[in-house]
Design a protein. Structure first.
Length: 165
């Protein structure tokens, strides 16, 4: 068994009932460890992918877990599958998307998993919710804090809703 570690997870959905999907995912994630902090919910326009998709709801949470990174990724993918996620096209619409953004300060690059998530510090829809739960978390390569990355990337196109995840 591994020592418990802080995992940062981004959640998104834009098909079906996105808010219900994100809340259900949170309850599933609570089975994998202790949810320490959930973010606000954010509405964002799709980035890339096919035109005319619905807006996304995005959120993030920090999870204290003793699952190893690969086992946690497999559990996230299983939650997606059980929620009806079908991977048809890159950046396409989805009923649920769970991304492992960081796992402590771990750096990992395998065919299945890259830590930290390679595009997380470029995307406001990831950084804004992540800033709610871990503003001082540092990118292991650059040392940049989440809050500083959000200030650099900005909040354009994001709408913070009045609900927490």
């Amino acid at each position: 068994m591994n020592e418990p570690e802080l995992a940062l997870i981004a959640l998104g959905a834009n098909l079906g009932q996105p808010e219900l999907a994100l809340r259900h995912a949170r309850s599933e994630l609570e089975r994998l460890g202790s949810v320490l902090a959930p973010s606000w919910l954010y509405r964002t326009a799709p980035l890339g992918g096919p035109p005319d998709q619905p807006d996304y709801l995005n959120a993030a949470l920090s999870l204290h877990t003793d699952l190893a990174p690969q086992a946690l990724l497999e559990a996230l993918l299983d939650i997606e599958r059980r929620s009806g996620r079908v991977r048809l096209e890159r950046w396409g619409p989805r009923v649920l998307d769970l991304d492992l953004i960081g796992y402590g300060g771990r750096v990992l690059n395998t065919p299945a998993l890259t830590l930290p998530h390679p595009r997380a510090f470029e995307r406001g829809f990831v950084l804004a919710p992540l800033n709610d739960v871990a503003p001082d978390w540092r990118h292991p390569f650059t040392g940049e804090r989440v809050g500083a990355a959000l200030a650099r990337v900005g909040l354009a196109g994001l709408e913070r809703l009045s609900e927490h995840l």
